[in-house]
Design a protein around this ligand. Structure first.
Ligand SMILES: Cc1cc2nc3c(=O)[nH]c(=O)nc-3n(C[C@H](O)[C@H](O)[C@H](O)COP(=O)(O)O)c2cc1C
Length: 206
């Protein structure tokens, strides 16, 4: 089993990476593979609502969105990490995930997810709330920890001094590993993920 993580910071080895690596190391101890997908510093398009999404994902193929979608199809769990910018997730991570989920949300259904927010000081729980919205609308069970998933640090590497933050990451990883193993054991016993009803789409309430 494998967890696909997204580092929503342009800093490849910044504080968000430190938080995700702590999760990854703990997943490994639990016998679960992981990959940290780097969003990088190149431009990321916003969703333009063109409705032209394909089996491959987004109609725009000039950034890493569809590469991430291809990996998501094979993954069994997800962690999305973001630095906090003005008390919200980074603009690039929101643009990226809007397009991933609008085009390919079905690939995430019934696989556990968790969000991680990294900041100098403030805005972690607001960012965490935004990131968690992707899970609720996509039939994804959310893995929790012993605090809302946040790690503190400003300059590169500072997050490694946040003992409680890193402890929260390790507990999150253990909870996610446990959920994944339970789901796998359930499948082996014939307990399959439910098929969602999709017959109604009411755009406003009369
Ligand atoms: C544009 C911008 C806005 C920021 N806004 C906040 C903020 O609202 N609250 C905060 O505590 N830190 C804020 N920070 C600091 C970053 O969240 C912090 O340095 C974080 O560790 C960066 O993670 P990274 O190393 O993975 O990029 C901001 C940084 C930038 C560049």
């Amino acid at each position: 089993m494998k967890v696909l993580m997204l580092n929503g910071s342009a800093h490849t080895h910044g504080n968000t990476y430190i938080a995700l690596e702590e999760i990854g190391k703990t997943l490994k101890e639990e016998g679960i593979d992981y990959e940290i997908f780097q969003i990088g510093g190149k431009p990321v398009r916003d969703c333009i609502g063109c409705g032209q999404c394909t089996e491959k994902g987004c109609v725009f193929d000039d950034d890493a969105v569809n590469e991430f979608v291809a990996k998501a199809k094979e993954a069994d769990g997800f962690v999305f990490g973001t630095p906090v910018y003005y008390a919200h997730p980074s603009g690039r991570v929101q643009s990226f995930l809007d397009r991933v989920f609008y085009s390919s949300g079905r690939n995430f259904a019934c696989k556990p997810g968790a969000a991680v927010a990294v900041a100098r000081r403030g805005g972690c729980s607001a960012s965490f709330d935004v990131m968690n919205k992707y899970f609720g609308i996509s039939q994804m069970p959310v893995a929790g920890s012993t605090y809302w998933n946040s790690v503190h640090g400003r300059t590169q590497g500072e997050a490694s001094q946040d003992e409680e933050g890193l402890q929260t990451m390790r507990n999150l990883a253990r909870n996610m590993a446990w959920m994944m193993k339970c789901f796998e054991a359930g499948k082996e016993k014939g307990i399959l993920p439910p098929t969602a009803e999709r017959t109604h789409m009411t755009n406003f309430i009369r």
